[in-house]
Design a protein around this ligand. Structure first.
Ligand SMILES: Cc1cc2nc3c(=O)[nH]c(=O)nc-3n(C[C@H](O)[C@H](O)[C@H](O)COP(=O)(O)O)c2cc1C
Length: 179
């Protein structure tokens, strides 16, 4: 089974990167896709061309569509998302908005995407309901593991959450569940 792990943090060596790596190591065929260091374009600096013609998005080739297609062809995908100010970080919303230039005029493809199996891992102490609502754009009933650094005696900004044995164990237990 192909597995895709999307790490939404802009920080290359933080908790999300370590969590994504840990998830990928549990599978024979997993690919990690990181937002760190990527020049993905948000929606807005354009004329919303995609509403008329999906392919006319001026940023169609920046790699966001490839992420959606990775999720579509995967047997399971993980979204690893940090909490910024009680909500998913801006990279998540960028990804969310850009779905327009992937699915506009293709309702069956959108249905296939929504049905594609997904799991969500959030680095967060706060704002849980906001994540549930945001993830509903990607899965009708999002299956979410919240990893609270405080609970493991860590400070999340240090980026060493995976050094806490219990956090690693809780993540592995989540990953090991059957799809
Ligand atoms: C701008 C900013 C806002 C944050 N807001 C919250 C917050 O509201 N609640 C929380 O639990 N953590 C918050 N955090 C902590 C991050 O979720 C945490 O550092 C996480 O590990 C970041 O992911 P990374 O380590 O992969 O970069 C915030 C961090 C930043 C940089």
């Amino acid at each position: 089974m192909e597995v895709s792990v999307l790490s939404f943090s802009g920080r290359a060596n933080g908790n999300c990167a370590a969590i994504a790596q840990e998830i990928a190591e549990q599978y024979a065929d997993a690919a990690v896709y990181s937002f760190a260091g990527q020049a993905f374009h948000p929606c807005g600096p354009c004329q919303a061309e995609c509403f008329q013609d999906r392919a006319a998005c001026p940023y169609a080739d920046d790699g966001i569509a490839a992420l959606y297609h990775a999720v579509l062809r995967s047997g399971l995908s993980y979204f690893v998302v940090p909490n910024y100010c009680d909500y998913p970080c801006s990279q998540f919303f960028l990804f969310n908005e850009r779905s327009q230039c992937v699915f506009q005029g293709l309702p069956q493809l959108l249905d296939a995407y929504l049905a594609a199996p997904k799991r969500f891992v959030v680095v967060s102490n706060t704002g849980r309901n906001n994540f549930v609502e945001a993830f509903k754009q990607h899965a009708p009933e999002p299956d979410i593991l919240f990893l609270s650094a405080k609970r493991y005696g860590k400070t999340s900004l240090r980026g060493d959450l995976m050094d806490a044995p219990q956090a690693r164990e809780d993540l592995r237990a989540y990953v090991c569940r059957k799809v």
